[in-house]
Design a protein around this ligand. Structure first.
Ligand code: SAM
Length: 167
């Protein structure tokens, strides 16, 4: 079930510590067909509707090269989420799960991520499929899908380190 901001049976809310300013900046906004959390997809789908990501200046130049990637990872700020639940009842059935074992939008830092399919770029705007956020959700970052990306910089020693059997 999808929540607005209600707290459900057996859920546990805490008093969150004061926020630390991580210095985040919203670099754009995401335009989608969804205006209600109750109808938004839970997870985007590769064949979902085309959504638009509008980059703000001065970040538009940072889009150069994205066309080379069939898929991009999109990070966004789920700005309407509550941030104080440590156990949540996703099905609203009295059973709860720890927040970090879920992909719920309700989390201490409500960052959403999706792997979106690149459709095309129109200047400062990207058209993509595969998003699951409300219209006007703030954009935090864009990166190539890690499965498609090979580092351009030369390797360094840590790249060759493997673990041992000790904890
Ligand atoms: N794909 C992302 C992830 O896994 O990190 C987000 C998944 S989250 C389950 C998607 C849900 O978040 C949507 O179905 C909607 O109910 C809610 N949501 C979408 N945009 C939101 C926003 N801007 N603020 C708060 N909740 C939002």
């Amino acid at each position: 079930m999808v929540r607005e901001n209600e707290i459900r049976k057996a859920e546990i809310a805490i008093e969150p510590p004061a926020a630390t300013d991580a210095g985040l900046v919203f670099i754009g906004r995401i335009r989608t067909p969804w205006t209600s959390r109750l109808t938004c997809p839970r997870q985007g789908r590769a064949d979902g509707p085309i959504c638009r990501i509008e980059l703000f200046e001065p970040w538009v130049a940072a889009l150069d090269g994205v066309e080379a990637f069939e898929r991009l990872e999109v990070l966004y700020w789920l700005h309407l989420s509550r941030r104080d639940l440590v156990r949540q009842s996703s099905a609203n059935d009295g059973r709860t799960h720890g927040t970090f074992s879920l992909r719920s939008p309700v989390r201490p830092n409500p960052i959403g991520t999706s792997i979106a399919t690149f459709v095309r770029r129109e200047g400062a705007t990207l058209l993509l499929r595969g998003l699951d956020c409300l219209d006007d959700t703030p954009l935090l970052d864009l990166k190539p899908d890690r499965a498609l990306f090979t580092p351009i910089a030369p390797p360094q020693p840590g790249d060759f380190e493997t673990g041992d059997d000790q904890d």
